[in-house]
Design a protein around this ligand. Sequence first.
Ligand code: SIN
Length: 306
Amino acid sequence: MTLSAAPLSPHIGAEIIGVDLSKPITGADSAALLELFWRHQVIAIRGQEAGPADFIRFAEAFGTIEPFFISAFNHPEFSQIYVLSNVRRDGKPIGRDGAGTHWHSDSTFVEKPSSLTLLHGVTVPARGGDTLFANMYDAYDRLDDATKAAIDGRRAIHRYQRKEFVFSGDRAVSAIEQTEIDVLKRARLAEDAARVAASPTEARSNKEPDRLQPLVRTHPVTGRKALYLNAEMMVGIEGMAEEIAVPLLQRLCEAATPQDRILRFAWRPGDVIAWDNASVLHTATFTPPDQPRVMHRLTIEGDVPF
Ligand code: SIN
């Protein structure tokens, strides 16, 4: 296999050509894949005929798969896989609906956040359900010197908060979509509260202690500096008055995700993507309820950010 990369946007992401997920990736291809991944930060392998076992084997090329901290929507046969979906069977959701609809890096509220996340588009919508990505090396490099000086060495306070259906990540939402979102949100809030109360792992995750994470992290592989943010879960900055810290965090999140520098990934059936949580923010977007979406999700263990 000879791998090549075609950029998905001017600022982040590449499609990798030459990977077949139904076969193991070995030797030189595995090294080339990792090199392309760290360079492009988000990679997509499009249109794969891959099952859950293929997806798991592919993910293992990047490190050790970790169990997701909530077990409510694990795949029935492959428990490492967390299912995201808006599909319901017999009135019950088959996966987590409306997850990650704000700009974030994954699991910043635990001591060792996931280094990588992978998604497999098992059933993809014809309309909506895109995933957006922003480059946090670029976001840090674009800050003015005064802002860099104000945040270098500082730690943000991350608090796990259940804010499903916030849909704050996608700023390109039409008025019609906003009405659809509001209707869906009202219908789901009570249901969500009932599910959390019944799930020990979800109830426990709501009690996670606050975590302090560097606002600027040094990438463990590339050594580059990157902004490290989570728009809905940062509640302050250590040692800084809340009235200064909260607006500063909001400004950083907005500056990090300008519309003209993000990658909007529109899914096709069988696509697999992987992203680097140490240098990328991502957000899910709205999927209209009449458009079925089933995604398989895996995460790879990470280290304590520094
Ligand atoms: C996530 O934040 O992990 C979900 C992204 C998506 O469903 O598009």
